[in-house]
Ligand binder design. Sequence first.
Ligand code: NAD
Ligand code: TYD
Length: 347
Amino acid sequence: MESILVTGGCGFIGSHFVRLLCAEEKFRVINLDKLTYAGNLENLSDLAGGFRFVRGDIADRDLVDRVLKEERPWAIVNFAAESHVDRSILDASLFLQTNIGGLHVLLEAIRAVPVKRFLHVSTDEVYGDREGRDAAAEESALRPGSPYAASKASADLLCLAYRRTYDLPIIITRSSNNYGPFQFPEKLIPLCIRNAVAGLKLPVYADGRQSRDWLHVEDNCRAILAALNKARPGSLYNIGAGGEWKNLDVVRAVCRAVAAQTGQHLEQVESNIEFVADRPGHDRRYALKTENIRRELGWYPRTGFESGLEQTVRWYLSHPDWVARVTSGEYQQYYDAVYARQWGKPS
Ligand code: NAD
Ligand code: TYD
């Protein structure tokens, strides 16, 4: 049985990927995760420990070396990252440490203990704002617009340089915005679901006309697994569902799903929509060309946005304890910094 080292497997997308690997029953899974505010072992409690968990930092070279020597994994899939744009605006330090420094440690470590595949999970945000531009192809220029996106673009460039210089078996995937169960309620969709259920304000930045291509997390995980199994080392794939949704329409769709599933009046839920101060440097549009992964790997998304959203709302409504627990720590402090004090400025 081959081993796969997944980093960040206790986060949103990583936990779905660990679940997918365990269901395949042909891999031994090692999950290396620091358990930051976004990482939660409870996200994998249904697997009853069907994987090895190592708590630690991808930037800890001794630890990474030890795990690689013990496990000699066939592949590494790197999800570990600081992932939220708004936090990177408040303070970018951890983004540089983990997303660039941590990735660098992993690359150096596989020079010493080789693996057959190193799949680095990246994002469409590295291409920057596509307003007035075509959808981004894999070879489009990188124009990151936020500290988060800059850290991810830097990591991609480091991967490409290590591929060329040391011939490492690196594959990169760049997906659009994911949504689904277990997403931390700082991102637009789970934040609005939580607030709509609790009767709190639904904060829409600026005019709400920015657009994103929402991809169900399980579709992204199937694409990453297809790339891991079938892609040639050195390849890079965009992953997206191909739809463009304006933020205000997404928030209205959340309101409809919450009203339908809780019996609240739609007008009442929608009356909580509030236009708030814009995110500094806010990218208005992300859009991807995804022909390559569809043609070469035979992947396509299975979940339509509206049915995926209804299913996601159902999951949050049936997991109030999970929501309460993940928002019990520093969440309120973070929330106040963005929404009450508006980008950390003293009120
Ligand atoms: P997340 O914030 O939900 O989870 C990140 C996980 O990484 C957590 O479990 C956290 O504990 C862990 N982690 C953070 N720093 C670490 C470190 N130094 N060492 C070890 N573990 C660490 O993130 P997510 O939304 O699941 O995103 C996963 C990956 O996918 C990230 O690389 C992100 O950039 C990328 N991505 C996310 C999206 C999205 O819409 N969420 C879209 C495209 C790409
Ligand atoms: P987000 O979920 O943070 O993902 P990303 O910034 O990686 O695209 O945000 C999605 C969109 O929703 C983005 O245009 C910012 C906007 N947004 C709001 O309007 N209000 C909010 O409270 C949040 C968190 C996001």
